[in-house]
Design a protein around this ligand. Structure first.
Ligand code: ZN
Length: 428
């Protein structure tokens, strides 16, 4: 029986969302958290975009250093030979890639204004797959944008052509959130049966069904005899009404009726990282977690009415499907209510030493802050160098950094230096 894997696209779909964005340091921390959560692959960015170069390189270095292991880091490019060539020219170490192109009639006539027909689409995609293979890509996904409005026969033709050239997965993009669980189940099953490669489900929330559609699509792919890959974003942040929320998808797979215990994850999920990753993304995107967000919202384990409170006090299972401790909630937190010294872009050495001295803990490879080792510097020179990087991180983030970011900079100063270096090309 096929398994379910998660490919998180926060660092691609999430950051291309209108009015929202992440600094390169924040994107890196998201990758570290995703790794700790058990996400199979992070779609970590855009290899053809110049300002992503040093960030992408730095994250591939973190993978080599085993900080970002075992998570896979995958790039996203348009399914065009020129884009693939440029991606590998700029990032030769890239091993995983998704190639995206529109497949629906609406997109062909609306976006390409009739300049390209379906044959041109297939040609562009297969040439892109060939190019990715020639550069040593170990996994190649082909993305059918607007798949839910594409004729199923055309999608099968697209998938078979990609497979014949060596593509490993077909991404079924419900780009407009048009599907419902019944329709996506049928489509995913038909594609899995006909093309016989794993199916990725990329669902949006325009009709409020992103998580439900992801699960139904995954079931379709597995019932069709293939593995399923669900695309998620942290807190569901994504274009317009957003994508399928990472924590909600994991909860739905692991806890829902007739899914729990039957459909297996290809890689085990550590739900106890849920609260931390949701809160970090909320801080980084500057978007509060909705009060009723599954698992991580402020009301997810709150009870007021007499009957509910009485029931839950006698037996939590009466009105709760899962326990808050499973999601890493319930730990006491220290909140400073008196004097605060904060690091900023104009901070000096004494304030910085004070802040770093107060941070208890160290950052582990999975993004978990633990231990009770205070951070100390060898000498003023070292402290000064780290402070300079912290100042730059503040210039980019325009908000006080959180502990995990300060610790990351102190632990990996050379990586941080790359993440904080932004140099526009002249005349390119
Ligand atoms: Zn999308």
């Amino acid at each position: 029986m096929g398994k379910i894997y998660i490919i998180d696209v926060t660092n691609r779909d999430g950051v291309q969302t209108a009015k929202l964005g992440l600094s390169k340091l924040e994107k890196t921390l998201i990758n570290i958290y995703l790794n700790g959560f058990g996400v199979f692959q992070s779609e970590f960015g855009f290899p053809t975009t110049h300002h992503e170069q040093l960030y992408l390189q730095a994250n591939l270095e973190l993978a080599q250093m085993r900080v970002l292991q075992p998570i896979r880091l995958g790039g996203w490019v348009r399914a065009m030979k020129e884009d693939v060539e440029l991606a590998f020219q700029r990032l030769p170490q890239l091993k995983h890639i998704n190639l995206s192109i529109s497949t629906s009639k609406q997109m062909l006539s609306g976006k390409f204004q009739g300049r390209r027909n379906f044959k041109d689409i297939i040609k562009s995609m297969t040439e892109a797959v060939d190019a990715a293979k020639s550069h040593g890509a170990e996994s190649i996904g082909i993305n059918a944008e607007d798949a839910s409005r594409t004729n199923i026969k055309a999608l099968i033709e697209f998938g078979l052509a990609g497979k014949a050239h060596g593509a490993h997965r077909l991404r079924y993009c419900d780009t407009l959130g048009y599907d419902n669980p019944f329709s996506i189940y049928e489509s995913a099953k038909a594609l899995a049966e006909a093309i016989k490669i794993p199916i990725e489900l990329h669902c949006h929330g325009d009709l409020g069904m992103a998580v439900a559609n992801s699960l139904a699509g995954a079931k379709g792919a597995i019932d069709g005899g293939q593995d399923a890959y669900i695309n998620t974003t942290v807190n569901g942040i994504g274009e317009r009404a957003g994508n399928a929320d990472l924590v909600a998808v994991a909860l739905a797979i692991l806890k829902s009726k007739d899914f729990a215990g039957k459909y297996q994850m290809g890689k085990s999920i550590d739900l106890s990282k849920s609260f931390k990753i949701a809160r970090f993304a909320s801080y980084a995107f500057k978007v509060p977690i909705p009060i009723n967000q599954p698992g991580v919202g402020a009301n997810a384990f709150a009870h007021a009415s007499g009957i509910h409170a009485d029931g839950v006090l006698k037996d939590a299972g009466t009105y709760e499907l899962y326990d808050f401790t499973e999601l890493g909630r319930g730990e006491p937190e220290l909140v400073e209510t008196g004097r605060e010294i904060i690091t900023g872009q104009y901070s000096g050495i004494s304030g910085f030493r004070h802040v770093m001295g107060q941070i208890i803990g160290g950052i582990a490879a999975d993004g978990h802050v633990d231990g009770d080792m205070s951070l100390t510097f060898k000498n003023d020179k070292e402290a000064g160098e780290i402070l300079e990087l912290v100042r730059y991180a503040n210039v980019e983030a325009q908000k006080p950094l959180v502990e995990e970011e300060l610790l990351f900079i102190a632990k990996y100063p050379e990586i941080a230096r790359k993440l904080l270096t932004l140099r526009p090309l002249d005349g390119d």
